[in-house]
Write a protein that binds this ligand. Structure first.
Ligand code: FPP
Ligand code: MG
Length: 329
């Protein structure tokens, strides 16, 4: 996104602002004696310097990524990893990325603390970017991730199983999906554009791209939970129903098989519920319709970035959409 927006329209004075942030983003604001007081780790961390590639000013110059934008990517990766460390505890997962998950080899306590530490470091680096909107966007993401997870745990809107409730449940699921997955992607896409001095129109397009790509990503993740194997995915498959979770394929299947309603409402807690629900989802058009919805989100994401100049970076963003739709893991 940094590369794709680097040659798109900029706000007046963007270059001076970028140069100023570029010279400061790796430096603490409080006195070093206080920041590093009796904390040997921080001496190590803050001595690490970042390469700062200031991008070319004229269109057609080599496209580079600003140091601030690369740092943002690191912050986002820290937050993402922290959320997965916590998620694997919440979901009792045993594998992640083809290996035993951290909660299995280090235990829940260390997993939670490692995630917390990453969030702490991410927050410090975020403050040092010294860009208020970016700080606001990414701090908001942290609380939205937690909110998404809480929506999923409580599922408050699907306590009923009437037909009238069906469409509300899908809406609620999509809201949860935004909070849990699309928030981080969309707000970090916008933050990257903002750090590069993009105009509001460009920053908004970056956000729209990230939002729809993120929604599609999670929809496909929920399809893969039904269609993928644990070996392929490197993490537990068919886990959602066992965890009591209804996702898009289940909601669409409910339209064809009303008997799914009570099962969804009781979170598949009766013996045989999960197996029966899975069978009904396979029989229904649920998986197909979920893929269609993901496809339509990807179309919106693709359209939104057509205002960017036609570059290899924009083509890369389009390619990401294809990968989201066709991925097997
Ligand atoms: C994976 O979902 C999990 C997330 C996308 C977010 C998890 C968020 C939290 C646990 C809240 C705490 C947040 C922070 C920032 C520490 P999934 O379980 O559907 O996917 P999976 O199959 O990859 O596990
Ligand atoms: Mg999980």
């Amino acid at each position: 996104m940094a590369r794709a927006t680097s040659v798109a329209p900029k706000v007046p004075g963007w270059q001076a602002a970028c140069v100023s942030l570029e010279s400061k983003f790796n430096k603490p604001m409080a006195p070093k004696s206080i920041i590093q007081d009796r904390n040997p780790d921080l001496t190590l961390l803050s001595s690490r310097s970042m390469p700062a590639d200031i991008l070319g000013t004229a269109p057609g110059d080599p496209i580079a990524i600003l140091g601030t934008q690369r740092r943002l990517a690191e912050i986002v990766e820290l937050i993402h990893t922290a959320s997965l460390l916590h998620d694997d505890v919440v979901d009792y997962a045993e594998t992640r990325r083809g290996m035993p998950s951290a909660n299995v080899f280090s235990g829940n306590k260390l997993s939670v603390l490692a995630g917390d530490y990453m969030l702490g470091r991410a927050s410090v680096f975020l403050a040092r970017l010294r860009q208020p909107e970016v700080i606001e966007l990414i701090a908001e993401v942290i609380s939205e991730l937690v909110k998404g997870e809480l929506y999923q745990l409580t599922n408050t809107n699907i306590d009923y199983c009437s037909e009238e409730y069906l469409s509300k449940s899908l809406d609620y699921y999509l809201e949860k999906t935004y909070l849990k997955t699309a928030s981080l992607i969309s707000k970090s896409c916008r933050a990257s554009a903002v750090l590069g001095g993009a105009t509001e129109e460009v920053a908004d397009a970056a956000y729209t791209y990230g939002k729809h790509m993120g929604l599609a990503f999670q929809l496909i993740d929920d399809v893969l939970d039904y269609t993928g194997s644990s070996e392929e995915l490197g993490k537990p498959a068919t886990a959602d129903l066992e965890l009591g979770l209804a996702t898009a394929p289940t909601f669409y299947a409910w339209e064809e098989f009303p008997e799914l309603g009570p099962m969804i409402a009781r979170k598949f807690s009766q013996e045989g519920d999960a197996a029966k629900a899975r069978e009904l989802v396979y029989k229904s058009r649920g998986i197909e319709r979920t893929r269609e919805l993901a496809q339509s989100f990807c179309n919106t994401a693709r359209e939104s970035i057509q205002i960017f100049p036609d570059t290899e970076a924009r083509a890369g963003l389009e390619e990401v959409l294809n990968m989201v739709l066709t991925r097997k893991k």
